[in-house]
Design a binder for this molecule. Structure first.
Ligand SMILES: [Fe+2]
Ligand SMILES: [Fe+2]
Length: 455
């Protein structure tokens, strides 16, 4: 392309569901989006000669009127051989992901479930347009423990609704001043934003803060350290599970995604390994099992930090691997209640009852070394203090505290999901529900309540 000519890029979308398109337009408000919806318009695109002005990304729904998804993918692949072709569906029904990929789709996502992954794709689109500040995307973030005097490795902005714009409050590399800090903690500001290209610095910063606060050998006095850790984790928990009417579920989801990334960085610092990459390789990033595993890992790690029970990294690793033996389980959207298990046929019941032990077996066959503590947490994550758990019906004295903590994180993730059959629990309700079940140590539930519930 002629480097003197200022390109006027257009992002091409074809046959996108209306809610996906609306979301895309909001997220990429600075990008020119040409949205086609008819088969005829699609045919015309295939005949375009000057395709240089189109961004190297094409986003489509899985079907356009009479055009079958495979055909759609093939046609786009031929016209835009180098493009990253994203297909976004709103349901898994009739979706042949492998076939779409074989025919040219780079990735297939489900909206809104895969919003976190889609966000990363949108960042790539914006990054491909260069460094024009007008193109910046901002992400709302939950600040971990920012105090006056801290030096931030990223720009921090606030949004002024009256002027409808983002204003930089703290510049990368400079300190948060007392006055700024006070403003931030005032209710009117509350939310801060970070340039999406700087999210990695943000995750690293938060992971370091958490690592410092969770380190029993740190120079900070023990009581102060625990108080700091509890405030941080409590803030994270309350925003993830904010179910007040004004709160958008996707905000909670976004903070959950961010917490996962922070925990991932934290793990990398502690172990030198990216366990997330390992589990993503085993399960595939767009599976329910993967997103459940990532949620449970982050929740369990934060719960461990908040309560001082177990090592946060052990809980994070066990969370990632705890259900890996369920990857081919034929009922993906399951919720492990006694009623659910009761209804399973013999074959599935056997698979289900053995999945905690099988997870550890699979890890061994893949030569993935986990410590004895982590293996024990995984093996015991469905045991219950009342002896009614599985696979070994252990009684409370025999179940490790860490395993019970993981079990609680596991249940909280299920209860926090939206289900047609029941309401979505908030954090307080979920913990109360688990306390009433008699399945977990009374002492442990007490510690959790004290650490993360505000009222
Ligand atoms: Fe499980
Ligand atoms: Fe689970």
């Amino acid at each position: 392309m002629d480097s003197n000519k200022q390109p006027n890029y257009t992002l091409l979308t074809i046959g996108l569901d209306r809610q996906v398109l609306t979301w895309l337009r909001e997220e990429l408000s600075t990008v020119n989006i040409e949205a086609l919806s008819t088969a005829q318009a699609f045919e015309e695109v295939l005949e375009l000669e000057d395709v240089d002005n189109y961004i190297n990304f094409v986003i489509t729904g899985p079907f356009v009127q009479q055009i079958d998804g495979d055909e759609l993918a093939q046609g786009i692949r031929l016209t835009f051989p180098q493009c990253r072709l994203l297909m976004i569906a709103t349901s898994r029904v009739d979706l042949e992901i492998n076939s779409l990929k074989k025919n040219g789709a780079s990735e297939v996502y489900i909206y809104p479930g895969d919003k976190g992954l889609l966000d990363v794709e949108l960042d790539k689109i914006v990054a491909s347009l260069g460094k024009d500040p007008g193109l910046t995307r901002y992400r709302p973030v939950q600040l971990i423990d920012i105090a006056a005097g801290d030096e931030l490795p990223f720009d921090m902005s606030v949004f002024l609704p009256l002027n409808n714009k983002y204003v930089k409050m703290v510049k990368a590399g400079s300190e948060v001043r007392e006055k700024q800090f006070n403003k931030l903690t005032e209710k009117s500001v509350g939310q801060v934003y970070i340039n999406s290209q700087e999210m990695d610095q943000f995750y690293n910063y938060c992971a370091e803060k958490l690592a410092d606060a969770a380190d029993p050998n740190s120079a900070i006095p023990e009581t102060e350290r625990m108080a700091q850790l509890q405030t941080t984790t409590r803030d994270l928990f309350t925003s993830i599970f904010d179910t007040t009417e004004s709160a958008d579920f996707s905000v909670g989801q976004q903070i959950m995604d961010q917490s996962q990334k922070i925990v991932d960085k934290y793990l990398e610092k502690k172990t030198g390994n990216s366990f997330h990459e390992q589990i993503a390789g085993l399960l595939g990033k767009t599976t329910d099992t993967y997103s459940h595993a990532s949620n449970v890992s982050a929740l369990a790690c934060l719960l461990s930090m908040a309560t001082g029970v177990g090592k946060p990294e052990d809980l994070a690793i066990a969370g990632l691997f705890h259900d890996m033996a369920l990857v081919d389980f034929p009922i993906p959207e399951h919720e492990p209640t006694p009623e659910f298990i009761e209804k399973l046929d013999d074959q599935n019941k056997k698979i289900y009852m053995e999945h905690p032990l099988n997870a550890v077996r699979v890890l061994k066959t893949k030569r993935m070394a986990v410590t004895e503590t982590v293996a024990k947490i995984i093996e015991q994550h469905h045991e219950r203090a009342d002896g009614k758990g599985f696979p070994k019906q252990l009684n409370s004295a025999k179940i490790s505290m860490e395993a019970q903590l993981l079990a609680i994180a596991d249940q909280v993730d299920y209860l926090a999901q939206r289900k047609a059959s029941r309401k979505r629990y908030n954090l307080q309700e979920a913990i109360e529900h688990l306390a009433d079940s008699g399945a977990y140590s009374f002492e442990l539930i007490g510690k959790i309540k004290k650490a993360i519930l505000t009222g």
